[in-house]
Design a protein. Structure first.
Length: 227
């Protein structure tokens, strides 16, 4: 009986621990300002960044200027993402949070389907009207979608494919927080059709159940960018 109780307690502890460490691990000190030390990097890898000597930390290590500046939406998708993560603010190291500004061109500017493998995203619309959504995992692949106006908030769960598109006639702006200092981003079309080296035609034709000519047509704009 004692063995059963011990095992049940262990399982409970494991489940609680899994919940605690679902995103970035908690810091073990007040802060750990990231430092790019090439000598250290040549000898070891760490899950995050090396810590700067606390005695050398300055206010600038926790500061970023320019999020008020609109991003250039003259892009193939009509959107621009301004990232504020541990690269831009070294003081975010180990704190498990980051921020982005997303600008969308009028009449369809799109932040295309993508995932963040290491972070949940919470987005609020600052200006404009967005159609947003995410798709659940297999086998259901359910689409949850919503039209957002200024001041509305929407959540994209960690790892799920999601998108935002400006359905208004004026520029749109959103600010999003993410539950990681470096949530990562995988844009689906770029990854599938623009990988280096390219995924074989046999794989893609079977996966998408179309002919090789269609795959080559889809690959063309991404391969031009890469090469």
């Amino acid at each position: 009986m004692r063995t059963v109780s011990y095992f049940a307690g262990f399982v409970l502890l494991a489940l609680v621990s899994a919940g605690v460490f679902a995103s970035d691990p908690r810091p073990l000190q007040d802060f750990c300002v990231a430092i790019n030390d090439q000598m250290l990097a040549n000898n070891a890898f760490v899950n995050g960044k090396f810590c700067k000597d606390p005695n050398l930390v300055k206010a600038e290590d926790f500061f970023f200027a320019g999020l008020n500046v609109p991003g250039n939406t003259n892009t193939p998708t009509g959107s621009n993402v301004t990232t504020v993560n541990v690269i831009q603010i070294p003081g975010l190291n180990t704190l498990g949070i980051s921020l982005v500004r997303i600008d969308y061109a009028p009449n369809g500017g799109l932040n295309p389907p993508h995932t963040h493998p290491r972070g949940t995203e919470i987005l609020t619309v600052i200006e404009g009207t967005l159609n947003v959504g995410f798709v659940t995992s297999n086998p259901n692949n359910t689409l949850f979608t919503k039209v957002l106006n200024k001041g509305d908030v929407f959540v994209f769960p960690i790892g799920l494919i999601h998108f935002q598109q400006n359905i208004g006639k004026t520029p749109a702006v959103a600010i999003a927080g993410l539950s990681s200092q470096n949530p990562g981003v995988i844009t689906i079309a770029d990854a599938v059709f623009g990988s280096r080296p390219a995924i074989s035609l046999d794989v893609l034709t079977r996966a998408f159940q179309v002919g090789a000519a269609v795959i080559k047509l889809l690959q063309a704009p991404f391969l031009r960018v890469l090469y």
